[in-house]
Design a protein around this ligand. Structure first.
Ligand code: HEC
Length: 174
């Protein structure tokens, strides 16, 4: 290939790259102008998320974690039980912080009040590695879930002690 042609080609490529850079910087500038606080849009999204906090999603986590907690505890796998108890605790705290009011019921206020007494017993049984105390307190925990579902007119959501063991692709043994 002719040397001049090659360097001419390279120069064109360099110009194209320079133009592309210029365009993206110009775009960035106009974004900043439209959105002077930088993260204003981000905050707006967050606010919307708070308003539409998906309680059902958090409840789904509570369901999964409490199911897995049972399978772990029943197998006297205390390390794993502690992990799921911690996940439940975090989910409850998240619901408390989200200030959720569902059809007039202050879920954020109720969730700790209703679950804490039994949940603390579950935690103690894990700490003491006491499988009998674990299954007994677990029943109370499930009752507290259902008590709130009844109180908040969701009595059709009935949580039960896990009866089947095979739905998770996970080994709950020690
Ligand atoms: C403070 C009240 C309260 C407590 C305590 C509570 N729930 Fe709920 N739960 C609700 C409400 C209200 C809904 C309906 C949410 C909605 O309307 O989106 C719900 C919905 C659910 C659902 C349906 C969503 C789904 O994914 O199928 C499940 C499952 C559930 N809860 C599980 C639990 C479990 C497990 C516990 C206990 C560890 C628990 N809940 C404790 C109030 C509560």
């Amino acid at each position: 290939m002719n040397k001049n042609l090659l360097s001419g080609g390279l120069a064109i490529i360099a110009i194209v790259i320079a133009i592309m850079n210029y365009i993206s910087i110009a775009e960035l500038n106009s974004n900043i102008k439209e959105n002077p606080n930088g993260n204003a849009q981000g905050n707006k999204l967050e606010d919307e998320e708070d308003e539409h906090y998906e309680l059902a999603k958090a409840m789904g986590y509570l369901q999964t974690f409490s199911h897995k907690l049972y399978l772990a505890g029943e197998n006297e796998n205390w390390e794993l039980s502690e992990f799921y108890a911690h996940e439940i605790e975090e989910t409850i705290e998240e619901i408390e912080e989200a200030k959720v009011v569902d059809e007039g019921y202050d879920i954020s206020k109720l969730v700790g009040t209703m679950t804490n007494p039994s949940f603390e017993k579950v935690e103690k049984s894990i700490y003491e590695k006491d499988v009998k105390a674990f299954t007994d307190s677990y029943k109370l925990l499930v009752q507290s879930c259902n008590a709130c579902h009844q109180t908040t007119k969701h009595q059709f959501i009935k949580i039960d002690i896990p009866k089947n063991k095979g739905i998770f692709n996970q080994d709950f043994g020690q």
